[in-house]
Design a protein around this ligand. Structure first.
Ligand code: PLP
Length: 446
């Protein structure tokens, strides 16, 4: 963090201390005191333990969907967390609840829902999706929930939790859903993922919407990973078709703790029709007393939630507007460009091949100087391990059904049911320029 930002933060912290002291002098109880030696010893060990992490902050980390929050975001989080408001009820944190309502309203506007919607932050994308599927079940009690074979595994698992039958929709060669494989009469809600977890693919909402409307089927969009890419819908850098249609969905999930610069503990669920609030109705004899206004716990399955998460998101959206040319747009453009640069570089590599062109910022690729799918899997694992062992680069692995792989790369003999390839999620704008170094390092082990 630069000196000017540090000064601003000092000033903000002093203001907060002034407010804390304004209730009169008080001292921490001696039972809470920890000796200087103990503190030094524990924090010394803590620093050592934390240094055993993978370097999520650095461009050499091009593995899973992981990156630290923006430094100013965690400063806002830490400030609010020193008070530790609870956004369950306005009794637990009036300002942080207000900030949650404002930040969520901004996200709803961003996705095209306008002013009429229902939504709130959640602990994660999993919980946000659970809530969306729960509303799906309550809206169509006797119907199934459908999702594609590329959707996040949480949808199948949450159908089990909710005791709703989940239906897996096969995906065709051209990425279309094989809608002929399912019976629309049995389906109440279909999940469409904009930014799949595996390779960041954007499922064809434009084809599913008319089909769903014709059959009276609700649509839930899982944009936990991809949602923020909507800022680029008119940029010409991505195909904006499906991103433009998001407002027609019945519910949307987005994870600010993925591409929204937030620390973990920040998902979001939005419903187009505020009337779904009726499903949440409950009576609490001990919670909602300080205000007649909406308490977020009245429209959320979770009770206690970190007010600091809402404060951090609110502060971030003030500094990084959801715009193409300012704030999030320029950041996401660079992530997209990092994946495209890596794809182009791999195009001229003798040792690696791209699995397919990236749609967003996730790229699959594999060592190419072998003959069979089993050799691709073994070599990919070898490269993956070598990077970590040498602390030179950090990738992830991804398993693909062999027939899917064979369709795109028939020159390799299929001798396994699955193929394991290398995968990189380029979530950091700094990776735009770093990928040439990354490729050089990876090729050394191919
Ligand atoms: C598309 C999608 N949905 C849901 C999830 C689950 O979100 P979380 O890990 O925040 O629970 C993920 C996580 O990778 C995801 O990519």
């Amino acid at each position: 963090m630069d000196e000017a930002s540090k000064k601003t933060l000092d000033h903000a912290l002093n203001k907060l201390s002034e407010w804390k002291s304004s209730f009169g002098a008080w001292e921490q109880d001696p039972t809470l005191t920890v000796s200087e030696e103990k503190t030094a010893e524990v924090f010394g060990r803590l620093a050592q333990r934390l240094a055993c992490n993978f370097p999520f902050h650095h461009p050499v980390y091009a593995g899973q969907m992981l990156k630290p929050p923006h430094p100013l975001t965690w400063a806002a989080y830490a400030m609010a967390m020193s008070i530790n408001p609870n956004n369950h009820a306005l009794d637990g944190g009036p300002p942080s609840s207000e900030m949650e309502k404002e930040a969520v309203a901004e996200l709803a506007q961003f996705f095209g829902y306008g002013n009429e919607f229902l939504g709130h932050l959640t602990a994660s994308g999993t919980i946000a999706n659970l809530e969306a599927l729960w509303v799906a079940r309550e809206s169509h009690p006797n119907k199934k929930i459908a999702f594609s074979e590329n959707s996040h595994y949480t949808h199948h698992r949450m159908c089990g939790v909710l005791r709703v039958e989940g239906v897996k929709i096969p995906v065709l060669e051209n990425s279309a859903f094989d809608l002929d494989a399912i019976n629309p009469k049995e389906i109440g809600t279909v999940v469409v993922t904009l930014g799949t977890t595996g390779l960041g693919e954007v499922e064809p909402l434009n084809e599913i919407l008319p089909w769903a409307k014709k059959h009276g089927i609700r649509i839930h969009i899982d944009a936990a990973y991809g949602g923020f890419f909507r800022v680029l819908k008119d940029s010409g850098l991505i195909d904006g078709t499906n991103w433009h249609l998001m407002e027609q969905a019945d519910s949307i999930v987005v994870d600010p703790h993925k591409h929204g610069l937030q620390p973990y503990g920040c998902g979001c669920v939005l419903f187009k029709d505020p009337a779904v609030g009726k499903f949440y109705k409950h009576d609490s004899p001990y919670t909602y007393f300080t205000s007649e206004d909406l308490h977020l716990g009245e429209i959320s399955l979770e009770c206690s939630r970190a007010g600091a998460a809402a404060v951090a998101l609110w502060a971030t959206l003030q500094m990084f507007p959801l715009k193409e040319k300012e704030g999030f747009g320029p950041v996401l453009k660079k992530c997209l460009q990092a994946a495209r640069n890596m794809y182009d570089l791999i195009g001229s590599s003798q040792k690696l091949k791209a699995f397919k062109k990236p749609v967003l910022d996730i790229l699959g690729y594999f060592p190419s100087e072998v003959k069979t799918t089993s050799e691709i899997s073994a070599k990919s694992k070898e490269v993956f391990d070598a990077g970590m062992r040498e602390q030179s680069f950090y990738l992830s692995l991804y398993k693909i059904p062999a027939d899917t792989f064979h369709r795109l790369h028939p020159e390799y003999k299929t001798d396994t049911e699955q193929v394991t390839i290398l995968r990189s999620v380029f979530m950091k704008p700094e990776q735009e320029g770093f990928v040439s170094k990354l490729l050089e390092r990876i090729e050394r082990y191919c």
